[in-house]
Design a protein around this ligand. Structure first.
Ligand code: HEC
Ligand code: HEC
Length: 178
């Protein structure tokens, strides 16, 4: 064995560690709109993907201009990748052969199952007579036999408030298709 070998291994390990550190220090991943489609609020249930649905709906309902918008038990948008901009249509982008589902499980173990719209949104409108959702909730996205779970329970059904383009309150960015 050459006497230089151990130190060159050490040097390579140090170089690898430096590369790993550099990777950690890199800025957040680039923003991509996978669908390439930016939409407005005029697309029915596909409207305003990525935005905080109930905020604007409550504002609408308080506005007195005659418009009424539903207040959802939970709602949000599912994307192909983790960092997609507001108003970018999400969803599976495969022509809808099978719609992905978002399942929310309440604190009392009630399961609420919603299908994604073609534009990637999901929403639950409770009947006025239905009991309210018991918080905290957990959630999962299901698609083609695969599942992404949110293990950490949350106290609001306003999914896009944490699942923003870069993520807030520890969320990894957008809710992604599994
Ligand atoms: C910037 C404001 C704004 C945002 C953000 C917004 N909406 Fe709306 N939404 C409206 C308004 C105004 C109405 C009522 C008038 C209408 O139907 O267009 C409405 C109505 C709706 C309706 C019922 C009527 C229809 O057209 O089907 C659905 C469903 C809906 N929104 C889904 C959503 C979802 C899901 C989100 C979040 C991903 C969302 N909206 C975000 C403004 C908004
Ligand atoms: C208070 C902030 C917050 C809210 C609100 C929230 N999440 Fe999350 N979500 C997180 C955090 C933090 C993680 C990462 C930890 C984990 O997986 O439990 C996460 C992870 C996830 C994941 C797994 C990771 C991935 O990329 O697939 C899914 C799926 C998910 N959330 C779906 C939802 C759905 C659906 C809603 C609304 C019903 C929602 N989340 C509301 C914070 C939030």
């Amino acid at each position: 064995m050459s006497p230089g070998a151990p130190s060159s291994i050490a040097a390579r390990a140090a170089a690898a560690a430096a590369t790993a550190l550099a990777a950690c220090a890199e800025p957040a991943a680039a923003t991509v709109c996978s669908s390439g489609r930016i939409v407005s609020t005029s697309e029915g249930a596909d409207m305003a993907p990525g935005q905080i649905c109930n905020d604007c709906h409550a504002y609408t309902n308080a506005g007195g201009d005659g418009y009424q918008a539903p207040i959802f038990g939970f709602a949000g948008t599912v994307y192909r990748t983790a960092h997609e901009p507001d108003d970018c249509a999400g969803g599976a982008l495969d022509g809808g052969r099978e719609l992905p589902q978002v399942v929310v499980v309440s604190a009392t173990n009630q399961r609420y199952v919603t299908n994604l719209t073609m534009g990637g949104n999901f929403m639950l409108e409770l009947r006025p007579t239905a009991p309210p959702i018991a918080f905290p909730i957990t959630a999962q996205v299901r698609y083609r036999g695969r599942t992404h779970w949110m293990v950490e329970p949350v106290m609001t059904g306003e999914c896009n408030s944490c699942h923003t383009v870069d993520g807030k309150e520890g969320a990894p960015g957008r809710i992604r298709l599994p």
